[in-house]
Design a protein around this ligand. Sequence first.
Ligand code: CA
Length: 366
Amino acid sequence: MKRRDFLKKAGIGAAAVAATTVNAPAVLAKKTYNWKMVTTWPPKLPVLQDGCERLARRIGELSDGRIKIQVFAGGELVPPLESFQAVSDGTVEVGSGAAYYWAGKEPATQWFAAVPFGLNGQGMSAWFHGGDGLKLWEETYAPFNLVPRPGGSTGVQMGGWFNKKIESINDFKGLKMRIPGLGGKVLAKAGGTVVLLPGGEIFTSLERGVIDATEWVGPLHDLRMGFYQAAKYYYYPGWHEPGTYLEYFFNKKVFDSLPKDLQHIIDAACIETEHWVLAQFEALNGQALQTLINEKKVQLIQFPDQVLADLRKLADEVVAEEAAKSPMATKVNKAFKDFQKVVGTWGSVSEKAYYDIILPKFSLKG
Ligand code: CA
């Protein structure tokens, strides 16, 4: 039977059939996903929380509204440091933070955020996208039912705010400092006391002498916190966080069940936002540093070479101890070190050689 005759007999108009045929794939394609994202950041925190909101918006735009993500800052839906668990168990679909927050779940996570005297932001990006870094990160997060994606680097952080000068490693003895992660473990080895404080309590604690020193991020965020009103000296560089990487993570079951094109869209939006984050940090830190120097008259001081050399020795011990804590940490540390050696050799004849030529003109050594 010819198609037309069949349709006539069945009493179905050709136009109606055509419309159905044309619209069917469009209807299927319009399946939408309504997701929630929880972050570890305070609301409106520049670049960090902004970046999460940007990612959600871009995934919405690129998917033409098929994936809608509602973003919650730390504490709005779940406590900041429970975002990992909330995404892992499927309470929400997406999260953001920095992988060193999850050291208690798996020590290997720390290498994907910041290692004292480790890779800088450029090196981390190279490890993730040009080496085996992202593959190892996926392997580390898979048992937690998570798919990680690099969320951009803060760039080299600042060394912190102090009320006394640091002239030798002994000046850390008895120093009460807010400094998290592996950097904190290094400070403890140097005889300091690590004080953990939520962001909102750091300024008052420094002002009242509850702590002697603090690190935070870089000029942009440090200026907003007003630390220049509570501490005399602003030290650099941030040896403990040389290019801290942020992260996005997705519930693995949810991610794996998406159509391929939506997975590609998420990957593209993540890489785009990753790039945006470092660009923002570089540009805005540059501006904020000028304000700190010229308007706030902050005294900028570089850690003495010997202090950095001594800290580096202690950092090597801390990293080796952490690497021995799990088979995954051992594996990730080895890959990280091998990669750093190779790109470092290249960096010494490229980035470093070039910086040595152009940067002394802008030297701010206090
Ligand atoms: Ca920091």
